[in-house]
Write a new protein. Structure first.
Length: 132
């Protein structure tokens, strides 16, 4: 393949990825915005729910797919509506567990941040933006 044809292929590939990802794509798990590593993840499995997608970077995508395997989420083509429903629910459960994991990972950091605010800027709680 010549340099010109490989460059044209790369341009087409980038344009297709940009169309799929949309203008403000970022990883739903870590916030990465490097379009070269962003991918679409089919929440219920591509064979089961091809239109429900979320954007992940390659690393987070691998983590989420491992979580799906931990939940025994089927990746095969479903035989019938019950298989499809089971598969979609397993994939969704894995996604929800991934979200819970992120929240639990962030909790100690947030607690430390609030403690540091209280220690260094105790008046922060009196500003209007801090009110409930």
């Amino acid at each position: 393949m010549s340099n010109q044809s490989s460059e044209a292929t790369n341009r087409r590939r980038r344009a297709r990825r940009d169309r799929r990802l949309g203008p403000d794509a970022r990883c739903a798990r870590c916030g990465c915005t490097d379009r070269r590593v962003l991918e679409l993840h089919h929440i219920g499995g591509r064979k089961n729910d091809p239109k429900s997608v979320v954007v992940y970077c390659r690393n987070c995508h691998a983590i989420v797919e491992e979580k799906q395997r931990d939940f025994d989420a089927p990746f095969a083509i479903p035989r019938d509506i019950l298989d499809k429903d089971f598969a979609v629910r397993r994939h969704q459960a894995a996604l929800l567990q991934s979200i819970v994991d992120i929240i639990l990972e962030d909790a100690p950091r947030l607690a430390a941040f609030y403690a540091a605010l209280d220690e260094r800027y105790p008046e922060w709680r009196t500003i209007p933006e801090a009110a409930l």
